[in-house]
Write a protein that binds this ligand. Structure first.
Ligand code: ADP
Ligand code: MG
Length: 679
């Protein structure tokens, strides 16, 4: 049973529309709209001991010792009420609200709630809420995210009404018996919701939050179990042990594999030799050598008489893979082809014929691979590079070109392993943690505006010696147009003034794909020495001769993004540099830049990044069809996640009731998430 929020007292069509902007349509939605913060009205601070300037509003109470109205300037009135409680005094001030004067009398007891700040050596509260008498014990008052036209009190009242309704209709509370059977569920469902919205103490709130987070994670894990259960038992292609082609491939390799690469391929080998189709994610830092691991897997499928496909997010990247594969497989009897948006109609026609006839062994390409008229004779393995750049649909579209092919996904945005296991649910994960030997670390410096000229001189010197540089400027504003203008201005300044003697180029997100690729190609060939780009520059491009990554406005980037950008240099034999130009920024920003200077391992940085930025960011990377979580924070609640995973498994073993599980998952996360479970 669901109720529209219209059924709550005080909500008419106008408020309904405002709530809808926050995606709050049903009473259940509202109950799950948790406060983003709380105001502490649980106790009154002695004025002399109350923290000043903390930014958090607080409660004080005392006797009014004076009420003054002043008119320092025309059109400006100032009302000052002095309050004292024996431990200290505070001044309450209001601008242009002289009418309030009559609410205050000298000698009355007054409670005030507001932010306490220092002003000319005095404690001051600007426009506090006030109440006559000593008003203590209001507990913690929730603070909700709002939208224009909606006030805190509107949401507070509505939630209050909703909790009242839940007394008569407990079924509107999310959750069910299954997820409530655990040590975390100490409070009754109603108590838990009351405590998270209107807690008496922060300890009570946290207990309620953990209980609700556990229940939410339980349902999420149940969803993942259900997805696994729904998958038909699949018969994969059982490959034989490694044979002649792989042996020749190994012998032909210009280097020895790192331990991480070897282990990743051992995992792949075991998957491909089993009956169940492989579903494996390879996580490895930029430059850790994932491509050759993919090549090994593809060699294995070819050796077993099947075709393989490798899909990359951009044409340039696909072309680079193609060239590398041609080198890796040269002299071996493997036919490799490239299919992208740039392949001519005639070539494409021929290629598709050969593909359907089984005359191509490995097809490398972009989204072009999933077009409808692309038919393989016998597709046995699909590899998706930079998998987070593709949607769930696109990845499965490629798999559907074969009959239960093995699937390998690669990503350079690693997440901690425990998290990966719990989140991906149905993907196995291998991690490559080390870089190939001899790789020099990219010297990284965070610098301020004052050093800009010197950095330019340094870059010019390197370019004079034949090296190349990237200059990245961020997408700062909400408007792409404004940012583009900023990038263009910087480009013009560099081209016309600073680096007049150098050949400069510009690439940005608004350019057509063809134009973009042309500029990138010119940079790759060395025709452009200095490339100015907005943060949208191509992933994974390989230009070994580029040795400087200059990031302007580095304070605007997250750690993972900075690390990805840095990974574009240091690919050749020369020493490379990453220069982070930042303007001030918060403590968090400073911390981020310091970590960049010190830490060069992508996994460690990814963990730090997640801690700094929380899980909101995580879902951006994953796009793995996970629901939005309300009470749980995946990063900080890893222990809860593990417990919920275990509890959900136990429930499944005991009851194994898919209908019930689906009902619970749909009720909590909606039909959209439940729909994904049928894939
Ligand atoms: P990524 O993991 O970022 O996709 P690549 O596969 O592009 O990395 O590899 C980066 C570079 O390292 C390539 O030029 C590749 O030839 C080289 N490489 C890969 N593995 C090794 C190795 N074991 N020893 C030396 N060089 C390697
Ligand atoms: Mg790569």
């Amino acid at each position: 049973m669901t109720f529209s929020i219209r059924e709550l007292k005080g909500i008419g069509p106008r408020k309904e529309a405002l709530f809808a902007k926050l995606h709050l349509v049903t009473v259940t939605d509202l109950l799950q709209y948790f406060p983003r913060d709380y105001e502490d009205r649980s106790h009154i601070w002695p004025i002399g001991q109350a923290p000043c300037g903390s930014g958090a509003p607080l409660l004080i109470c005392g006797t009014v010792i004076s009420v003054q109205e002043m008119r320092p300037r025309r059109g400006l009135s100032l009302l000052k009420v002095a309050l004292s409680d024996g431990t200290g005094a505070a001044e309450l001030v209001w601008f242009n609200q002289a009418f309030k004067k009559h609410q205050f009398r000298v000698g009355m007891t007054l409670t005030a709630f507001g932010k306490l700040e220092w002003s000319y050596g005095r404690r001051q509260m600007n426009s506090p809420e006030t109440e006559e008498g000593r008003a203590e014990g209001n507990g913690f008052v929730p603070v909700y995210g709002l939208t224009d036209g909606l006030r805190q009190n509107d949401v507070r009242k509505a939630v209050h009404e909703a909790l009242g309704m839940a007394k008569d209709h407990p079924e509107i509370l999310p959750g069910w018996d299954g997820c409530r059977q655990s040590a975390f569920s100490k409070l009754s469902p109603l108590q838990a919701y009351e405590a998270i919205h209107f807690p008496a103490s922060m300890a009570e709130k946290e207990a309620a939050r953990q209980q609700l987070a556990f229940e939410e994670l339980f349902d999420m894990q149940l969803g993942l179990l259900l997805r696994r259960h729904r998958q038909r038992p699949r018969q994969g292609i059982k490959c034989g042990p490694n044979g002649r082609l792989l042996k020749a491939f190994y012998e032909h390799l210009p280097f020895t594999l790192t331990r991480g690469q070897t282990r990743a391929f051992l995992d792949i080998q075991a998957d491909m030799e089993s009956e169940v189709p492989m579903q494996r994610l390879i996580q490895g830092d930029v430059g850790s050598g994932k491509t050759v691991v993919a090549a090994l897997a593809l060699a294995k499928i070819v050796e077993n008489g099947y075709q393989g496909a490798l899909m990359a997010p951009t044409g340039i990247l696909a072309a680079q893979h193609y060239e590398e594969f041609c080198r890796l497989f040269s002299g071996l009897d493997v036919r490799i082809a490239l299919l992208t948006g740039r392949t001519s109609v005639k070539e494409r026609q021929q290629l598709l014929e050969e593909l359907a006839a089984g005359e191509i062994d490995i097809l490398i390409g972009t989204h072009a691979l999933i077009q409808e008229d692309v038919h393989f004779a016998s597709l046995g393995l699909v590899v998706t590079d930079e998998q987070h750049r593709f949607g769930v649909r696109q990845r499965s579209a490629l798999e559907e070109k074969g009959k239960e092919p093995h699937a390998l996904f690669m990503t350079a945005t690693p997440i901690p392993r425990t998290l990966a296991l719990s989140l991906y649910g149905d993907l196995d994960v291998s991690s490559i943690r080390e870089l190939p030997p001899g790789r020099k670390i990219v010297k990284t410096y965070a610098v301020g505006e004052a050093l800009r000229r010197r950095v330019y001189v340094f870059m010019d010197k390197l370019m004079a010696a034949g090296q190349q540089c990237y200059v990245v400027c961020p997408l700062v504003e909400a408007s792409e147009k404004v940012d583009l203008q900023a990038a263009t201005e910087l480009y013009e300044e560099l081209r016309c003034k600073v680096f007049k003697k150098r050949r400069c180029g510009l690439v940005h997100g608004r350019m057509a794909a063809k134009e973009k690729e042309a500029v990138m190609e010119a940079f790759q060939k060395g025709e452009i020495q200095l490339l100015v780009a907005t943060s949208v520059i191509e992933v994974g491009v390989n230009v070994p001769n580029a040795t400087v990554m200059f990031i302007d406005g580095a304070e605007r980037f997250g750690l993972a993004q900075l690390h990805q950008l840095r990974g574009r240099v240091g690919r050749g034999s020369q020493q490379a540099y990453c220069i982070l130009m930042a303007k001030g920024g918060s403590e968090e920003t400073q911390q981020r830049l310091k970590w960049m200077e010190k830490i060069h391992d992508g996994f460690t940085l990814a963990e730090k990044d997640l801690l700094l930025r929380g899980s909101g960011q995580l879902f951006g990377y994953l796009q793995h069809g996970l629901p939005d979580l309300r009470a749980a924070d995946i990063i900080h609640d890893v222990p809860l996640l593990a417990a919920a995973r275990e509890a959900a498994r136990q429930w499944w073993q005991e009851y194994g009731n898919p209908g019930k599980a689906e009902e619970a998952v749909t009720r909590r996360f909606g039909a959209a998430f439940a729909g994904l479970l049928n894939n």
